[in-house]
Design a protein around this ligand. Structure first.
Ligand SMILES: NC(=O)c1ccc[n+]([C@@H]2O[C@H](COP(=O)([O-])OP(=O)(O)OC[C@H]3O[C@@H](n4cnc5c(N)ncnc54)[C@H](OP(=O)(O)O)[C@@H]3O)[C@@H](O)[C@H]2O)c1
Length: 325
């Protein structure tokens, strides 16, 4: 039996419950992993609330964790060994537990010099940022991008990555305090999206050309600003809808021949090769200090419900993890 945190129905933090879970033995291509650190993601909160679908309930929550291989199934073909340090972030929910049996196809080996906690904080967000800046909209040097939620977890990684691609990054946040975090994470400029002159500021920065792309996890609350900030042929990249759906129509898009895309990590990072290649790139950037992983808060396993309350109450955002000692 291992300790795990599950939900039987969607709802507020009160639906989270600690249980004892019988995980059994790894079969065939499965591996038993003892977790050392779990990534805390707003995605988990959205699963809990039902904004993002979970296939079957009851379900243990959590999409990202790091740990040590303890046992192997009989058909392991990926060179995995007992004692290897591994991480994952694209398996079905189930990371909020002390140990987990998981298919080998999701596992990424972690290089010796990168600590577990760093990986737990950056793997999911790094994988997502990677496709956003390379595929959803391929950032080129000197292009100007607007990144909403720039002080948030994913926002921090997108901004640093876009800066590495030598683009001009405008980080958009909801308070002056968060502007400091945005600037620390590679933004060339920081703006407050609640400021009524925000669009004018963006037009001033872009010399009235508008931005090439907007990266938006917020949706409804920032969509008007997003579309007003886009230049001709610009693209609105939606990767979340924290405040509700962004209203998008063809007449809005045709006003400047704009594009819009809604994205999911599970489409871009679906196969083993892509996962391993992207992970290598993330680890290399961390090693070279091109990506700084600033862990904001470390919760204990016993504090998972509190961590969800903090996310819900907007007391915590950014890169946060759950430690298993
Ligand atoms: N599509 C994908 O493949 C994919 C993958 C991973 C994550 N995501 C999504 O990315 C989004 C961000 O995740 P994250 O872990 O980076 O979250 P986070 O650290 O909590 O950051 C979210 C940011 O959103 C802003 N925000 C605006 N309205 C908010 C509200 N009502 N409540 C809370 N925050 C609000 C906050 O910044 P301000 O206060 O400055 O606005 C906050 O910093 C989530 O919606 C998640 O589901 C998508």
């Amino acid at each position: 039996m291992v300790r795990a945190v599950q939900i039987k129905r969607t709802g507020g933090p009160e639906v989270l419950e600690f249980i004892g879970k019988n995980i059994g033995e790894p079969k065939d291509e499965e591996v038993l992993v003892r977790h050392t650190a779990i990534g805390l993601n707003r995605y988990d909160l959205e699963h809990r609330k039902g904004f993002r679908k979970i296939k079957d309930l009851p379900s243990v929550l959590g999409v990202e964790a790091v740990g040590v291989v303890e046992k192997l199934g009989k058909k392991i073909s990926d060179g995995l060994k007992v004692g290897d340090r591994v991480g994952y972030c694209t398996a079905p929910p189930g990371a909020y537990c002390e140990k987990r049996v998981i298919h080998q196809k999701y596992l990424i080996k972690i290089p010796d010099e990168i600590p577990d906690e760093t990986v737990a904080a950056v793997l999911f967000k790094g994988m997502t940022a990677h496709y956003l800046v390379n595929q959803s909209y391929k950032i080129k040097p000197s292009t100007v991008v607007l990144v909403h939620g720039a002080s948030g977890g994913l926002g921090q990684i997108i901004c640093q990555w876009a800066k590495n691609k030598k683009s001009v990054v405008i980080g958009s946040v909801s308070s002056d305090e968060k502007m400091k975090i945005a600037l620390k994470n590679g933004c060339t400029y920081a703006v407050n999206y609640n400021d009524k002159d925000c669009v004018s500021k963006i037009m001033e920065i872009t010399q009235n050309k508008g931005v090439g792309a907007v990266y938006d996890p917020i949706g409804y609350a920032t969509s008007k600003l997003s579309f007003e900030s886009l230049g001709k042929f610009g693209i609105y990249v939606s990767y979340g809808q924290i405040s509700g759906r962004a209203p998008v129509s063809f007449s809005l898009l045709s006003s400047r021949s704009l594009f819009a895309t809604g994205t999911s990590i599970y489409h871009y990072k679906h196969d083993r090769f892509t996962l391993a290649l992207t992970a290598m790139e993330i680890f290399e950037m961390v090693r070279k200090k091109l990506l700084t992983v600033r862990i904001n808060k470390k919760y204990k396993f016993d504090e998972i419900i509190k961590a969800h309350r903090d996310m819900e109450d907007r007391k915590v955002s950014g890169l946060n993890i759950i430690k298993i000692s």
